[in-house]
Design a binder for this molecule. Structure first.
Ligand code: 5CA
Ligand code: ZN
Length: 425
């Protein structure tokens, strides 16, 4: 699939400190340059959208957070290989298409287009590889066959008139040195069971070896889209194997960071890692980074609840994307928070204040502000603290003018673009 056009990123002089970021699997801050060589490219996979009702502020906050990670790596001189998927076939997409009477392929294409336009407007650097689940089917079928051959996957009989042959992952037998249940999430079994039912799993399905075993291949049902599955029979893939296979195909094993919202910790990232390790004995990623949930009116913002603030709607109403990005960066990427109109108004005011102050910025002042922003980002991408640095600078009387203001203003404005993705110009 095509991603969206890449922005040009200015190069900013000076040195970025080493970045430490929170890893869900160890619950610690980790130095993402330590495990690989600091000079090797960093590699990142971020779980993409399921294309219906895109792009809400929760999606936007998540992709802006990983964009910040990418920008921080790049500022430290590291190249970044970035891969993202589009879950362009899955139950919720089919359900929405059926409920609204539209073709599921058309719905996915339309919403993916909207997402691309929103990402471009928000100045998010695109992935080098943007891969649809449908594209990945022919790659993943032989890998599911391999899991069956190793007896790490098994067939479950049909129930209630449904066909035999759905294939599940044996999460207990698949334990090895690189992965066992809990490696990514650290959750206890009860917590896992709760999230499994809530997030698309089927703990009660008769015939499974363990209640938590996830689906790898769903054999075709009448009226559902289907693809050739070789010895698996016609059908369509489960969700976790899609991301596992796409990540492994385009990135090293293990890659530097697996990312997504905290709603994906379990079962999605747990089993994406489990599938990969069952196939090649290696960890999926060195670190697992998760963003907090954005809500609206007291509930998590979600397509299924319908409590959405859409980036495209705000843009159509004339809101500047840089103000939206300011609101998103104003909350720490790991916290859960609620979108409000007041936050948007504050974001718009901040942008005006920063813009107004830029032309009176000396080179010395710009250099000092940049170094303070870099220091804030280095500790777990503390963007709210970086924006507070900007507020303090904007509130301060300018230094005595020394003739370097036009250069200083340009340098700082380029740095805000490069480091924070905030294009004020
Ligand atoms: N297609 C799958 C991932 S493979 C999926 O979760 N799609 S999604 O459209 O539901 O979400 C896309 C991304 O946005 C995921 O990383 C998800 O964790 C994140 N996300 C979804 N809702 C929110 C929210 N309310 N706040 C923050 N991030 C969210
Ligand atoms: Zn995913």
């Amino acid at each position: 699939m095509l991603a969206w056009p890449a922005p040009t990123i200015p190069h900013i002089p000076g040195n970025a400190p080493i970045l430490e970021i929170h890893d869900t699997a160890t619950d610690r801050l980790v130095n993402t340059a330590a495990a690989d060589q600091a000079n090797a490219p960093a590699s990142m996979y971020v779980c993409g959208i399921t294309p219906y009702d895109a792009t809400h502020m929760g999606h936007a906050a998540t992709y802006v957070a990983f964009d910040l990670l990418q920008r921080t790596w790049r500022d430290a001189g590291r190249a970044v290989n970035y891969v993202q998927n589009v879950t362009d076939i899955d139950d919720p997409l089919l359900e929405r298409a059926a409920a609204t009477g539209v073709d599921w392929v058309a719905l996915a294409e339309e919403q993916t287009d909207l997402f691309r336009a929103d990402m471009e407007a928000l100045n998010v650097i695109p992935p080098q590889e943007y891969i649809g689940a449908v594209e990945s089917i022919s790659w993943l079928v032989p890998l599911v066959e391999k899991l069956v051959a190793k007896d790490l996957a098994y067939l479950v009989p049909g129930e209630n008139g449904e066909p035999d042959g759905d294939i599940y992952f044996d999460s207990v037998a698949a334990s090895n040195e690189a992965w066992k249940l809990g490696t990514v999430s650290g959750y206890d079994r009860e917590t896992m069971l709760g999230f499994f039912s809530e997030r698309g799993g089927d703990p009660q399905r008769p015939g499974k070896r363990d209640a938590l075993d996830p689906l790898l291949w769903r054999v075709a049902r009448i009226g559902e889209p289907r693809w050739h599955g070789a010895s698996l029979g016609e059908g369509r893939p489960g969700w976790h194997i899609e991301c596992s296979v796409i990540a492994r195909r385009f990135l090293p094993a293990p890659f530097t960071v697996q990312g997504g919202g905290s709603d994906l910790i379990f079962p999605h990232h747990e089993f994406s890692a489990g599938h990969a390790a069952a196939l090649d004995g290696k960890a999926l990623a060195e670190s697992y980074v998760h963003t907090g949930m954005v809500g609206l009116d007291g509930e998590k913002m979600s397509k299924s609840l319908g409590n959405l603030v859409l980036v495209s709607k705000l843009r159509a109403a004339g809101v500047e994307p840089v103000a939206i990005r300011t609101v998103l960066l104003g909350q720490h990427y790991r916290s859960d928070w609620f979108w409000t109109d007041e936050l948007l108004a504050e974001g718009q005011n901040r942008v005006q204040r920063w813009r107004k102050r830029l032309p009176t910025t000396s080179l010395a002042e710009a250099t000092a502000v940049i170094s303070r922003i870099r220091a804030k980002l280095a500790t777990d991408l503390n963007a709210p603290a970086a924006l507070a640095v900007l507020d303090a600078y904007a509130a301060q009387e300018p230094d005595t003018l020394d003739g370097s203001e036009s250069e200083g203003g340009i340098l700082l404005s380029e740095a805000l673009d490069a480091l924070l993705g905030l294009k004020l110009g």
